[in-house]
Design a protein around this ligand. Structure first.
Ligand code: KG4
Ligand code: ZN
Length: 358
């Protein structure tokens, strides 16, 4: 089955052609980082205009690189949400128009489900039940995936996403955008114990994440220790590297600690870590170590598939198309599309492995 994936939920215009849900024939990504950089974050209006400019050449390039003709497609998969409405609409409208013109079936894909499917490439098959920790600039969720296509949110962020925290802290320190890669680089030369940040716990006892208090703690530390944001071209000092390392360390402790605690209850067979923040080698290392303590295998996407791309959308879409799912031309972008689709009591899920037959 040959599927065209289209992704335009945030600031990357992407198209990919995937065969059989696991083989990437082409994956084209047009990044807008240079446009949004000077604003220190994504500007929605600029993002949608750029998608409009790029969507046609990006899709054409995907066909050209794959050496596939449009008529050969078996279906189209497009990110339906969550994301920025103006950005999503470009991909959704284009996918619908193409599906209509070519008379091909198409499906809408949840962007977060796409991130989870990014591990089907270059990895052994996922063993279920699985845990999927999706950490990006827009999302931080831990899902229980009892079987393909079924999701239950076990923990989510109450405020900022983990990647957003990396971006905001980097902005505070004058390190540029996106913040994750530069903080990771500086953290390698810093001492993670230099500044003591604690992992936030929820007042109501739920295992959720929270990163906005951490951002405030970093800003307080910057003020009190007299650290200055770096001017362009300035070399980061040791205290900045120490702060980067300490910040990154607490984010990882929070993500991995919660995952490990919940894994003891739900006993998954696989731990998937996906999304832009999964590029982070320290997070990968901590997740690998936790997975080995839990006796489960850890799966990560290749680095170029960790951040937004269309191959993961095509992979998730292939499963839906094979299951006979079809979208109508009235499919609309949904900025807050939810992934949780299991509505059973926690206790029933925890009991035994048989419980996963839902
Ligand atoms: O998945 P993605 O491309 O877009 C969203 O769906 O949000 O993730 C982008 C996010 C940004 O916040 C970026 O700072 C973060 O992923 N990121 C990283 C690293 N590389 C990218 N965070 C930590 N360490 C990294 N190496
Ligand atoms: Zn994403």
């Amino acid at each position: 089955m040959l599927v065209l994936g289209i992704e335009s939920s945030c600031d990357e215009t992407a198209a990919a052609i995937v065969r059989g849900g696991r083989e990437i024939l082409s994956s084209v990504i047009s990044s807008q980082v240079d446009i949004h950089k000077r604003f220190g974050g994504v500007v929605p209006e600029l993002a949608s205009r750029e998608h409009l400019d790029k969507i046609v050449p990006v899709v054409e390039e995907a066909f050209a690189r794959a050496g596939v003709a449009q008529e050969e497609l078996d279906g189209i998969a497009v990110t339906q949400g969550p994301g920025l409405v103006g950005s999503l609409l470009v991909g959704v409208s284009y996918a619908k128009a193409l599906a209509y013109a070519l008379e091909k079936p198409f499906v809408g894909v949840n962007h977060i489900e796409g991130h989870i499917y990014s591990v089907v490439f270059d990895n052994p098959p996922i063993e279920y039940p699985a845990f999927a920790l999706v950490v990006s600039g827009g999302h931080t969720n831990l899902f229980l995936v009892p079987e393909p296509g079924k999701y239950k949110v076990l923990a989510r962020t109450r405020d900022d996403a983990a990647g957003e925290a990396f971006d905001k802290v980097a902005k505070m320190l004058g390190l540029g955008y996106p913040g994750g890669p530069v903080i990771e680089r500086l953290a390698r030369e810093g001492d993670p114990r230099a500044v003591r940040f604690s992992v936030p716990r929820m007042g109501d006892g739920r295992p959720d994440f929270s990163f906005s208090g951490l951002k405030t703690a970093v800003s307080k530390h910057v003020r009190e220790s007299g650290l200055k944001a770096l001017a362009e071209g300035e070399t980061p000092t040791q205290p900045v590297k120490d702060l980067a390392a300490s910040f990154q360390d607490v984010v990882i402790r929070s993500l991995v600690g919660t995952t490990e605690r919940l894994a003891a209850e739900y006993r998954p067979r696989t731990l998937i870590v996906a999304g832009g923040v999964a590029c982070n080698e320290a997070l990968r290392e901590a997740s690998r170590a936790a997975a080995s303590r839990m006796g489960v295998s850890a799966l990560f996407p290749s680095r170029h598939l960790s951040t937004d791309n269309a191959a993961m959308i095509a992979a998730a879409g292939t499963v839906k198309l094979l299951a006979g799912e079809r979208a109508d031309l009235d499919l609309n972008a949904d900025v807050s599309l939810r992934l949780q689709n299991i509505d059973v009591e926690d206790d029933a899920l925890r009991r035994s492995r048989v419980r996963y037959r839902l």
